[in-house]
Design a protein around this ligand. Structure first.
Ligand SMILES: O=P(O)(O)OC[C@H]1O[C@H](O)[C@H](O)[C@@H](O)[C@@H]1O
Ligand SMILES: [Fe+2]
Length: 202
């Protein structure tokens, strides 16, 4: 197991671009197919803007060693699909007891969090707020503003990501939608199928 060296990176205000990152990945609208409730609205957007970047992640990953940390920035551009605000795909950590923190640098967002049993929590993200995603919570960032939502995240290097937990339930239990008055509201997702969390089920 190699021992990483100290390092420093520079984060650009407003865009989250991280000079010194070890990796960038981008998710385009086409990559988010099937995640939003209003499929006709999604098809209309994807038809013209499918290759547009919906969000990007710049990360600094010193190693994958247990005990190390991965940090980086996530930049989620503003947008809506029907009344639903744009979001990241969302995941639970593959090693599910691993937590994460998010520091909001700019923009206005929601951290939508859910336990496997369907318990939901939302925390608002505004500049300088920090959200603690506790162990075992599924998490998804939602941009409810009109500017890019830029967050700095940090999580244990051996955490990994599991996306299936959301897919197999038909999405997250709640949707974050436009309230028609310039704000957001939380409404039940009609496609949600509660997971069987009884012993013996996964
Ligand atoms: O992985 P997604 O659900 O697409 O979210 C994008 C990114 O969000 C956060 O910033 C996490 O810390 C990243 O590890 C993750 O990859
Ligand atoms: Fe995470």
């Amino acid at each position: 197991m190699s021992s990483p060296l100290p390092a420093a990176v520079l984060i650009a205000p407003g865009t989250g671009e991280m000079t010194g990152r070890t990796r960038r990945y981008e998710k385009r609208y086409d990559d988010l197919d099937g995640l939003f409730l209003d499929q006709a609205a999604f098809a209309a957007i994807a038809g013209t803007r499918g290759s547009e970047v919906a969000y990007q992640v710049d990360e600094f990953r010193p190693s994958d060693n247990a005990g190390d940390i991965i940090f980086g920035t996530s930049t989620l551009y503003a947008g809506r699909v029907g009344t639903e605000f744009i979001f990241t795909r969302g995941h639970i950590h593959a090693v599910s007891d691993r937590p994460e923190i998010y520091f909001c640098q700019s923009g206005h967002g929601i951290m939508l969090m859910e336990l496997a049993d369907g318990t939901v929590r939302v925390e608002e993200m505004t500049p300088n707020s920090v959200v603690y995603v506790a162990p075992h919570w599924i998490h998804r960032s939602v941009n409810v503003g009109s500017e890019p939502l830029v967050t700095l995240f940090c999580y244990p290097a051996d955490a990994g990501q599991d996306y299936e937990i959301i897919a197999r339930a038909g999405g997250m239990r709640d949707l974050i939608v436009d309230d028609g008055a310039g704000g957001w509201k939380q409404v039940p997702n009609p496609r949600y199928r509660p997971r069987n969390t009884a012993p013996g089920h996964v």
